[in-house]
Structures are given as C-alpha cells and as structure tokens.
Design a protein around this ligand. Structure first.
Ligand code: ADP
Length: 153
C-alpha cells in the first residue's frame, strides 16, 4: 500500500519553513499531498487561487507532491483520498500543545491515521505566515522568508 501523507495548512502565504518540511518529508512517503484547508471562519490574506498557484510553482518538478484544497475535517479529506498520515511541523512548545490536541482528537475520530511530526529546521523556528503577513502589510521585504516565486509576486 502506498504511504500517502497530507500536509494540511493555510499557507497564507507558503513560507520557506513549510517548503523545508515538505521537502524533508519526501523520503518518508510515496506521495505528499499539500492541502490548503478552507476554514470558513478565517478570512485569508491571499486568495485561495494564489496560494494554490504558488505551491504548484514551487513543487512543479517534484512528481511525488500534489497540491489540493479541501473544506471540512482533515480526517475526512484523508478518508476520501486513502491518506493514512498527517504531516505537521513543530517549531515551539506552543506548537506542540496545539498539535497534540488536534492529533489526539483526530486519533479518536479515525484510529487508522497517524500524525507524523518533523522538527522545524533551526533557521525557520521563528518563521510564521502571520509574521510574514505583518511584514508585507507594513511594506517590509520578505524575500528571505518565502520561496522565490512568492517573493517575486
Ligand atoms: P495552520 O493554518 O494549520 O496554522 P500553517 O500554514 O500555518 O497552517 O502551517 C501548516 C503546518 O506548517 C503546521 O504544521 C505548522 O506547524 C507548519 N509550519 C508553519 N511554519 C513553519 C516553519 N517555519 N517551520 C516548520 N513548520 C512550519
């Protein structure tokens, strides 16, 4: 059976931290689906189409990576797509606490799905989409924090 993982997130915008986790996960899985989850209550900064376009561009040469979108629960997206692993990145203890609740609730809902955590690379430990958005809002340069295609836009 293929080992398929989903890396769910908002990617608003995708950062070098996300990119690093996705690339590092490739040897572990047969396929990694980067899935932008639609969260009805949360208004995004960048339109969904743009976020999809950036991800497609960044991983265009990587046949093991697919880009998708979904709404609703991540575990339901997994069931629909035969996904048995949820990939997440850990930066801080706060991330851990947040991820632990979600991972354990997901486990109670669908016992067959495992959440796999990769420790963030040290150079990206303070990087988040929300800080990148703040820098953009205030006219700063985010080139060093986001993949090339995103910076150009
Ligand atoms: P969410 O909407 O779930 O907060 P994000 O797009 O912010 O989604 O993050 C998706 C995943 O990427 C999460 O597992 C998060 O921990 C991870 N992540 C975010 N920023 C970084 C980073 N700088 N380094 C490693 N992982 C990261």
């Amino acid at each position: 059976m293929d080992r398929i993982a989903v890396f769910p997130g908002s990617f608003d915008p995708v950062t070098r931290g996300h990119e690093s986790i996705i690339r590092r996960a490739l040897p572990l899985f047969d396929k990694v689906i980067v899935a932008i989850g639609g969260n009805g209550e949360k208004k995004s900064f960048f339109p969904l189409e743009k976020r999809v376009e950036w991800l497609r561009e960044i991983f265009a040469n990587q046949p093991k990576i697919e880009i998708d979108t979904y709404s609703g629960l991540t575990v339901d997206f997994c069931k629909r797509n035969n996904i048995t692993f949820i990939l997440r990145g850990l930066r801080t203890a706060a991330d851990f606490e947040f991820e632990r609740s979600i991972g354990q609730m997901n486990k109670l809902m669908v016992p067959g799905i495992e959440t796999i955590f990769l420790l963030c690379a040290p150079e990206y430990a303070s990087l988040s989409s929300s800080i990148v958005r703040d820098i953009i809002r205030n006219g700063g340069d985010v080139k060093q924090f986001v993949p090339e295609g995103v910076a150009e836009d």
